[in-house]
Design a protein around this ligand. Sequence first.
Ligand code: ZN
Length: 563
Amino acid sequence: MRRFLISILLLSAAAGCEANGPADAEIGLAEGVTAEDLAGRVAQFEPAVLDFDDTVLEPWEKTVIVKLVGASDLMHELFAEQVSAENEAWGEELAGLSGPGADAARAYFEIMVGPWDRLQHDEPFLAVGAKPAGAGYYPADLTKEEFDAWVAAYPADKEAFTGYFTVIRREGSELRAVPYSEFHRAKLEQAAGLLREAAAAAQNATLAEFLRKRADAFLSNDYYESDVAWMDIADSRIEPTIGPYEVYEDGLFGYKAAFESFLTVADAAASAELQRLKDYLPDLERQLPIEDRFKNPDRGFESPIRVVDEVYAGGDTRAGVQTTAFNLPNDARVVEEKGSKKVMLRNVSRAKFDKILTPIGRTLLAEELAAQVAFQPWFTNVVMHELAHGLGPTTVTTPAGERMQVNRALRDHYSALEELKADVTGLHNLTVLSGQGVFDDTFLRAAFAGHLADLFRAVRFGASEAHGKANLIQYNWLREKNVLQPAGATWTADLGAVMTAIRELATEVLTIEATGDYERAAAFVARYGSVGAELQSALGRLNGLPVDIRQVYAVREKLAGWN
Ligand code: ZN
């Protein structure tokens, strides 16, 4: 029925009857959405080429990439189906659309992977009605109550119903959990075939092992072994991540995993730089700006991090705002056994640095500060943030005398404070390393100037999310200490004084974590965690700047030149 409606609307748009006036310009779009408005939403995403170095690739590596690009496209189709069973038909109808708003409708549909705006709480921008909370994973009319009642009545169904890798369907008056391997059989067989072909070409045994086991998982619906094999990929330039992973698309329960793919290649120089930084971690733990009794010199420093360039991506991760890093797998059994792996996407970070962070710096920082912002110091700071998550207190004694993990002690304030800790401890660590001659003064100052631009970038989307709040606290702290100062329409700072203030903030947040003091955490967040009028007006000046990038994959052209 909904599809019929959109067809009629689009048909009249194709007729493009000028005499009918502006009403026609809004045809096919959701009520209240104009062609102009939609074009503006598309323009929030600045096109950026994601390139990588293919001159170093062996012929077999190119073969693996060709196969995995194909498999990634299948992940994308599968994800589009998970968003809505009607996505494919809507996409076909949009392809035939002409008239005002047609290009914008197609572009935004592609960016959002569907007709709902991921930047506006999933409001529809096409006239298709509201998005079901459970996306395409459940019957659109299924309520939580009905689901819960079924599981209560049939406890034997619970595991399958709440599992990551099943969809829920109606069969007559009954509900049934259908494994992905059955429900998406045809596409998963194709994907498994491509992974096996890639494995056959691969001259790295650990890479081949992952690809073969993942192919098996697509057909068996059991992902455990292949998640373990993913953790074991070693000495491979190609680092693929492919399968069902995150559960955010399931807004009903957060049970169902969305298909996605990150096809990436490691960069030797970036990996060497990362290893060099990791070697300093035990020393950096000893030099944390907290009392010695809170330091944790025996903790492990070995969680794997990769710095890679994204060659191609598909599915969940390609929709809406692009991620610059991910941490997988999600299966707690694998994490217990093997830990998890953090993958940082350098070229995606670079694109966001060029298209978003640099313009923000030019808009809100005084010229001499903005001029110091540079990619490599900024990116090293991002890496230091990730490494800093692995430093500092873990198990703590609360004021009530209980021993517990710091996240249990700080509860709802933990996420924001842990992000804050990683930011300011990472920055502090840069100053320590700089003092040891690892970085020079220009690099250090550039990293801090880039971080100041980042404060505004992160706060731009609100302080409800952990990273936003962590940056807001830093902004308010630096303003309170008056080391970040308004200068006309911009901000200026004495970077040396900023470094001191950041170290003091690191002492504060590390001590809150080390003492597991929930009351102190709550008071601290209440004092520094809100957006004042001064900051609000600054953020208003960013309105015309892009919100995110729109990926243009260089591999698509490169493929044509590979033989
Ligand atoms: Zn973090």
